[in-house]
Design a protein around this ligand. Structure first.
Ligand SMILES: N[C@@H](CCC(=O)N[C@@H](CS)C(=O)NCC(=O)O)C(=O)O
Length: 252
């Protein structure tokens, strides 16, 4: 009886891409919990979640419920649950004998870390949206285009990525954002390269989920340079972090 992880397929080898889904996958792998991915097209996430009675994770601008993946179904408890953070908290509570994602009661602190990380890497979105759309399955293209263009006030997807000098500036800002995050890791470098020093926790999983997203999106494509560049930032810290968590990247 395996836990089911709901994710949406892309054309990237192995299908998995979204950083939010990776957060849940990293948690399941890190804990060594048997699980199996069930692939549901991106354009069907809302309908599928409603059908399974999974609680919404937010509201749409018009006030209606917003559902999202990752979601899980745990046959041991009968629980359906969405939201990467809630899934991590649930797994720690339900499987206390597996490695903790929030050791030493760090749930609040780790949530704060994630907030700082997300606020620091904002410029990534302009660089990833079109490429992320391009690797969606055709059935989801219209839905995802509308969604992503909505995020940028209706700008056509093809025009969202910054170009010329702005691209250089925005890329620099992204590097500086990662520099800020480095400060949060550095403080415990003498203990180890992870945010808590020597043991994996939510903060590492969040950062690694974005790194694996950038890597899977760009490595070996015409944007290969972007991934190679990120992996050299802050003295190669991010490539090293992803290597450190490589054991937890299997797609089941
Ligand atoms: N806070 C949520 C956000 C998840 C989220 O936004 N997921 C996107 C996919 S990456 C989604 O399911 N979107 C559904 C839709 O746009 O219909 C989490 O961390 O799990």
């Amino acid at each position: 009886m395996s836990i089911i992880l709901y994710d949406s397929p892309t054309t990237v080898p192995g299908k998995a891409l979204s950083p939010n889904m990776w957060k849940a996958r990293f948690c399941l792998n890190y804990k060594g919990l048997a699980h199996k991915t069930e692939w549901v097209d991106y354009c069907d996430i809302q309908e599928h979640s409603k059908k399974l009675n999974i609680k919404p994770t937010g509201k749409n601008p018009d006030g209606t419920d917003f559902h999202s993946f990752p979601a899980i179904y745990d046959p041991k408890t009968g629980v359906y649950l969405a939201d990467s953070f809630q899934i991590a908290v649930y797994l720690d509570k339900t499987y206390p004998d597996t490695p903790a994602i929030f050791p030493n009661n760090t749930i609040g602190l780790q949530a704060a870390f994630e907030g700082i990380f997300m606020a620091s890497i904002g410029p990534f979105l302009g660089f990833t949206l079109y490429d992320t759309w391009a690797v969606q399955l055709p059935v989801s293209h219209d839905y995802v285009r509308k969604k992503f263009e909505g995020i940028f006030g209706g700008m056509p997807l093809e025009e969202i990525a910054p170009k010329g000098d702005r691209a250089i500036e925005e890329w620099k800002k992204l590097e500086e954002g990662f520099g800020k995050v480095e400060g949060l890791f550095k403080a415990t470098d003498e203990v180890g390269p992870l945010v808590l020093g020597d043991r994996v926790s939510w903060g590492d999983i969040v950062v690694a989920s974005f790194l694996i997203y950038f890597k899977r999106l760009w490595e070996g494509t015409e944007k290969d340079e972007q991934w190679r560049n990120i992996s050299t930032w802050q003295g190669g810290r991010w490539a090293a972090l992803l290597d450190k968590l490589d054991a937890y990247t299997a797609i089941h």
